[in-house]
Design a protein around this ligand. Structure first.
Ligand SMILES: Nc1ncnc2c1ncn2[C@@H]1O[C@H](COP(=O)(O)OP(=O)(O)OP(=O)(O)O)[C@@H](O)[C@H]1O
Ligand SMILES: [Mg+2]
Length: 271
């Protein structure tokens, strides 16, 4: 037994869902111990990490000039290796109550269409964050298990996971993935579409966080029984002044229609 695995005897095993939008860490015997946005705030002058997760998200869009908030994961894969590593390190330490000398065994869920190079990057990041053993599993498979689908049976189970960066469509049968496809259109793209729409239609500039709130509060793919409206604040691009307008669900449906069509198409292709 080497030193690393000796250390692992004293630390609980972890399972990590390293998402574009949110990272979740599950510790054996404890449940989900971390559920925070995948965001890191870095001080450009010193290069120091100022905040990670929830705290860093608060800084997004309102950070002073020398602090940048980075989303190190893009489209479900690692876009910034160094920052991802620091984020993983922080979350792993947090999961262990900041005990030193922990070398947990870690299972990490990755998207189906991730390349070998990207897989290697995830594995290396976890090892550098002091894991003793690292295993990658397909996110679609664990999502299906989590949702309680009868994946071991000889029938087809379809799973559609709309995340922040990617929408993954997979068909699972007899414990294996028989079909999988990932499109890089999901929550973030929807937020973007809402921002673009309001800019086009009302010359109104809003931030990412407001766009996400609009999506969650009044966003829909199919006409609602009862209409919803929402008051939003933004900046008028022509006059350059703050402005408040009221929008309704049909407008947001229109804004989201292209994203929804792309996702529907991916599902249709799988059927
Ligand atoms: N109630 C809601 N209605 C609509 N969208 C929501 C709601 N709650 C969260 N979201 C969106 O879901 C997305 C985050 O989903 P999730 O945490 O599954 O992503 P992720 O696993 O981090 O991303 P990925 O799987 O692409 O790596 C965000 O874009 C968020 O705005
Ligand atoms: Mg996900």
């Amino acid at each position: 037994m080497n030193f690393r695995s000796l250390f692992s005897l004293f630390s609980s095993d972890l399972a990590i869902d390293l998402g574009t939008a949110n990272t979740l860490v599950y510790a054996r015997g404890k449940g989900i111990v971390v559920n925070e946005p995948s965001i890191v705030a870095i001080n450009k002058t010193t290069g120091d990490v100022e905040a990670v997760g929830k705290e860093a998200k608060e800084m997004l869009g309102r950070t002073p000039g020398n602090i940048v908030a980075i989303r190190p994961m893009k489209d479900g894969v690692i876009a910034d290796f160094k920052v991802t590593e620091r984020m993983l390190n922080y979350f792993i330490q947090k999961a262990h109550g900041r005990k030193m000398l922990v070398h947990p065994r870690i299972v990490i869920g990755v998207p189906c269409e991730i390349t070998q190079v990207e897989k290697r990057a995830v594995i290396d990041s976890a090892y550098r964050a002091k894991a003793s053993e690292v295993y990658l599993v397909e996110q679609a498979m664990v999502a299906a298990i989590g949702a309680g689908l009868p994946i071991t049976q000889a029938c087809g189970n379809m799973i559609v996971d709309i995340g922040g960066g990617t929408t993954d469509v997979a068909v699972i049968s007899l414990s294996g993935i028989v079909y999988s496809r990932s499109v890089r259109v999901a929550g973030n793209e929807m937020d973007d579409a809402i921002m673009q729409y309001l800019k086009r239609k009302y010359n109104l500039l809003i931030g990412e966080r407001t766009a996400e709130q609009i999506k969650i509060q009044i966003g829909s793919a199919y006409p609602l029984d009862r209409p919803l409206t929402m008051e939003i604040k933004g900046r008028n691009l022509i006059e350059g002044v703050p402005k408040t307008i009221t929008i309704d669900d049909s407008e947001i449906r229109e804004a989201l229609s292209e994203c929804v069509a792309t996702i529907m198409n991916a599902i249709r292709v799988a059927l």
